[in-house]
Design a protein around this ligand. Sequence first.
Ligand SMILES: Cc1ncc(COP(=O)(O)O)c(C=O)c1O
Length: 476
Amino acid sequence: MATSENERGTTLRAHVDLPLAVDRHSPVALAVQVADQLRDAMRGGGLRAGERLPSSRALAALLGVSRTVVTDAYQQLYAEGWLDGRRGSGTYVADIPATPVARAVSAVPVVQAGPADPADPFAPVEAGLVDLRAGRPWVLGHDAAAWRRAWRRAGDAPPDDRPDPRGHPDLRALLADHLRTARAVPVGPESVLVTRGTGHGIDLFAASLLAPGARAGVEEPGYRVARHVLRARGAEIVPCPVDDQGVIVDELPDDLDVLYTTPAHQFPLGGRLPVARRERLLAWSRRTGALIVEDDYDAEFRYDVAPLPALYGLDPSRVVLLGTLSKSLSPDVGLGWLVAAPELLAKVAARRKLLGDRTSGPVQRAVTTLLRRGDLDRHLRRMRLEYARRRAAVVEILGPLVKGDTAGLHVLVELPEEAVGPLVEEARARGVLLDTTVRHHHGPVRVHGLVLGYGSASLADVRRGCAVIRELAGDL
Ligand SMILES: Cc1ncc(COP(=O)(O)O)c(C=O)c1O
């Protein structure tokens, strides 16, 4: 909507789009009809104090009535105090406090700004708190000049009138290069589809390749988003236990249609699936016909250990690989990739087109620039060093309590069941926010402790928070 500056310098909406209409067959006078609808809009919140109404000429033309009808309606509303015509030349909604009746009929809920609600998971973290909950990367370490350049370049080309459901060809080729070099996955662009992230990739997979009522194995404990998305697409969730190395292949049922798994760094326990288990997992998939969804969410980060081959690289016919920029850059970018054999990818692309779903073109163009100029690689190299320092601090301070620390941006701090709740509460009182394993379970809690993320807190804060945990854990 266009905006204009009034004489006081406040930005106002130049006019308000309201669904006004007049009924010529009604016994109610036209001016009364217009006034009634405007009054209702002001009561209901559709029109707010300070907003500018269309000129009487413009509104008359819009409604197909004479100008007098509109000026009569406006005069009536002036007289009642709803409108204010003294500021500049326009007609504005007056600043009348809402009456209790007005609130009751309000169609638009008014969000009151106030102190952050502690129960609101979306509320910003209060300043001064150390947030060691898992899931978020460090977003202040990016190269601001490279970031700005990428977005300027994104604006150089006009928007696409017919976006390819697989994503921009240039980006798909660059992502294929990235997968070859960073993950040793030998793919070409024909196997890559650009998504908005992992959750979106799981959704596209389920919408395209799973029948309603399909049996979907999900690691237990595991990534909640995977469970929720698969269930929302009509799948039956089958929890599949994991140990400190990852999913326990020998306990997988034979009647799954798909298994969602995080072999590079099991979420949340942190195991890296050993090669022998990878081979057994693929053999299970070939034998049972189940597909594997490999979530490679934080695989760019590993510490003091040799790389392990992605499942996809071992057998592309059995695996759909999902990657994301959410850890390497930020979830705010909203970009990921789905990698699959070309016949499967064609089904996903066709379904996506039917669903009218896409990834923003300008976002794809900005990421293309970051990849093409090597900015993303440079960023990853810097962040690997940065996260390695934080991870070393966690291991140094918490020592043997730490598990699953060879990759990613989080570790497991295993604790006795009865110690977890009081420790989290006391840490909160001392300004440290912690997450536990509880919400990552689908069924009864099998593993107790903290899922400790060191991605989004500074090194100093990671040290501070871990020292608090160390002190509270005492002799455990
Ligand atoms: C296991 C796992 N997969 C994927 C993601 C990232 O998901 P998305 O790409 O949808 O942001 C996360 C983020 O926390 C995660 O924990």
